[in-house]
Design a protein. Structure first.
Length: 202
């Protein structure tokens, strides 16, 4: 009886060691991949002011491909690695937003004219015509957004943010039904943007 028992115990121990080794190997691989991503994010975001538009466009694509692979392995991350991974993604996304802002600032007035039309002078917007301003904005977004990429959506978002800021400055009371319609238009913009992001990722 002792010999079979020893054999069984030996096999169990060997299996345990093998599983532990495999687990350690997977953890090491995951840590190595995240370390590579960390290095890439650090290098990529350290000199955005010197990057050309084509170069940064490639960086966006690299980010999409890298995170697509890492997202599939995220369930293997420890809690600490998951937090770091999210922070690294946020670091790149913040750099991407900064790049878009830095390189698009001279065109802001043109974007406001294209999307806001006669409401590009925000000071003319008040409680009686604020809905018309949002309608004009969304009509132009619908017409122009089919060919937009990330940078164009970022510019449109900035125009909407300025419109939202102006709405917040209006001292008169905006009727509830108008508020509801404006919220619907704001949600439509976010839906179109999200759909465009999903299309770009495929």
């Amino acid at each position: 009886m002792k010999k079979p028992f020893r054999i069984i115990m030996g096999l169990a121990l060997a299996f345990s060691v093998m599983m532990s080794s495999c687990s350690t190997t997977r953890e090491t691989e995951v840590e190595d991949e995240l370390a590579d991503f960390r290095s890439w994010v650090s290098t990529t975001t350290s000199n955005i002011a010197d990057r050309t538009e084509e170069d940064w466009k490639q960086s966006r694509e690299d980010f999409r491909m890298r995170t697509q692979e890492l997202d599939q392995k995220e369930d293997q991350f420890s809690a600490e690695l998951k937090q770091e991974y999210q922070e690294l993604k946020q670091q790149f996304q913040s750099a991407d937003a900064a790049y878009a802002q830095n390189n698009a600032t001279p065109d802001m007035a043109e974007w406001e004219r294209n999307l806001m039309g006669r409401w590009a002078d925000y000071a003319t917007i008040n409680e009686t015509n604020v809905q018309d301003a949002y309608i004009t904005f969304m009509e132009n977004v619908r017409q122009q957004s089919e060919t937009w990429r990330d940078q164009e959506w970022e510019m449109a978002k900035r125009v909407l943010e300025k419109l939202n800021e102006r709405k917040g400055e209006i001292t008169g009371n905006i009727p509830t039904e108008i508020e509801v319609k404006i919220k619907a238009l704001q949600m439509e913009f976010r839906t179109l943007e999200t759909t465009a992001d999903a299309t770009d990722s495929n």
